[in-house]
Design a protein around this ligand. Structure first.
Ligand SMILES: Cc1cc2nc3c(=O)[nH]c(=O)nc-3n(C[C@H](O)[C@H](O)[C@H](O)COP(=O)(O)OP(=O)(O)OC[C@H]3O[C@@H](n4cnc5c(N)ncnc54)[C@H](O)[C@@H]3O)c2cc1C
Length: 366
């Protein structure tokens, strides 16, 4: 009889999907339970830049996950693209960062983590209208197109035999002898071998609901709203990602251009508003005047799973033997997902972890 327990993953965003994939490839039978549709929350709403914004301003614990993820991404993409026949548009579009008041920190971070940087050509700089401050060109930065990436991983997981229960919300746990034996959901009760929470922005609130008496271990994860715009531009309008101060433009392969984003404390409110639309439109029109001729075809908001320092929780519960967590990736979840999934799977299968798990544990600062 197999000694590998069945694994139930709660939350079907990028973190749940890639954790499921890593566990399945390690030999487990895996089920993903999702309260809505698979992959339609933060992971769908994001920009798909595969690098944190100003990564040198982040904690080392984030950088370690970034670099390990960047190593894992090419083979992951090749594998899911082949099995799903869906192209996630994993494209090396490079990133121009217009203003770098902390230029020396930027160079030092790039050198430490072997991220190639070169002076931006005048041809590149001339495309944009802004007051440059020590601009930096990172030619090797990739993007992925969120909905396509999610669809591609999902199709791959179906082929790998992962089971999905959509439109089913985790409501409560049945615990005895420091183990979760079963869960109650909006679609019924299910037995549990191992349970993993990949519940993104909902994790803090869910914890309060599940563990009224365990507030001390509660992960400090709260929703942080971000709004985005999509321009229907012609191909060749823009071919690089560009970050100017707090906002950015991301060109997709078909010519469409995303303009983002905002950082708002709005609880679980995902509504959009005309003031923010005007603000992002003004930013985009100023930076790339060519955008003034193209219509805005979408405006949406998503909820990032925010932690204070952006350091996620990737850990086994300190007391419950079969509950673990992979959540709280804030603005960088798409970037950090492959390494986070790998690390949690290393912990679940008692494999020597490739990254030191200490900074991601419950009692570490996040
Ligand atoms: C506007 C915006 C721009 C972004 N840009 C980038 C970027 O360029 N690069 C980058 O790396 N990251 C970016 N991010 C951040 C990134 O999208 C997130 O960090 C990442 O998607 C988090 O993934 P997740 O799987 O943890 O969360 P989610 O994708 O939100 O998935 C969590 C899932 O858990 C489900 N769930 C919650 N509670 C329950 C329950 N009780 N029962 C069942 N299911 C439950 C939810 O319905 C949800 O589907 C951006 C985010 C936003 C909003």
């Amino acid at each position: 009889m197999s000694t590998i327990p069945d694994i139930t993953i709660i939350g079907g965003g990028i973190m749940g999907l890639l954790t499921a994939r890593a566990c399945r490839l390690a030999g487990a039978k895996v089920t993903i339970l999702e309260q809505n549709q698979i992959g339609r929350e933060s992971s769908w709403a994001g920009g798909g830049i595969l690098l944190p914004i100003y990564p040198w301003r982040h904690h080392d614990a984030v950088s370690k996950l970034v670099i390990q993820s960047l190593t894992l991404y090419p083979s992951l993409i090749a594998s899911i693209q082949q099995s799903s026949q869906i192209d996630p548009e994993f494209i090396q579009s490079g990133m121009l960062i217009c203003k770098n008041p902390d230029y020396n920190d930027a160079l030092s971070w790039c050198d430490t983590y072997a991220i190639r940087h070169t002076p931006a050509s005048s041809e590149l700089l001339n495309k944009f209208t802004t007051d440059y401050d020590q601009p930096l060109w990172l030619p090797d930065i990739y993007q992925a197109r969120n909905p396509r990436l999610l669809k591609s991983v999902y199709a791959d997981l179906v082929q790998l035999g992962v089971e999905f229960i959509a439109d089913s919300e985790l409501k409560s746990l049945h615990i005895s002898n420091q183990r979760v034996h079963a869960i109650t959901t909006s679609t019924g009760d299910y037995p549990i071998g191992q349970i993993v929470l990949t519940t993104g922005s909902w994790t803090g609130r869910l914890w309060q609901q599940l563990f009224a008496d365990q507030q001390s271990t509660q992960p400090k994860i709260n929703p942080v709203k971000g709004q985005m715009l999509l321009f229907e531009a012609q191909p060749d309008t823009l071919d690089t990602m560009v970050l100017d101060d707090a906002h950015y433009l991301i060109p997709r392969r078909d010519g469409k251009i995303l303009a983002g984003s905002t950082v708002e404390q709005a609880d679980f409110d995902k509504s959009t508003d005309p003031e923010t639309k005007a603000h992002l439109t003004h930013f985009a029109h100023q930076l790339l005047p060519a955008l003034q001729q193209f219509p805005i075809i979408a405006h949406w908001a998503g909820l990032r799973p925010g932690t204070e320092q952006g350091i996620p929780y990737i850990a086994k519960h300190p007391e419950l033997k079969n509950l673990s967590i992979n959540a709280g990736h804030f603005r960088n979840g798409l970037t950090l997902a492959p390494a986070s999934a790998e690390l949690l799977t290393d912990l679940l299968f008692d494999r020597p972890p490739k990254l030191d798990p200490t900074p991601y544990q419950f009692n570490a600062p996040h």
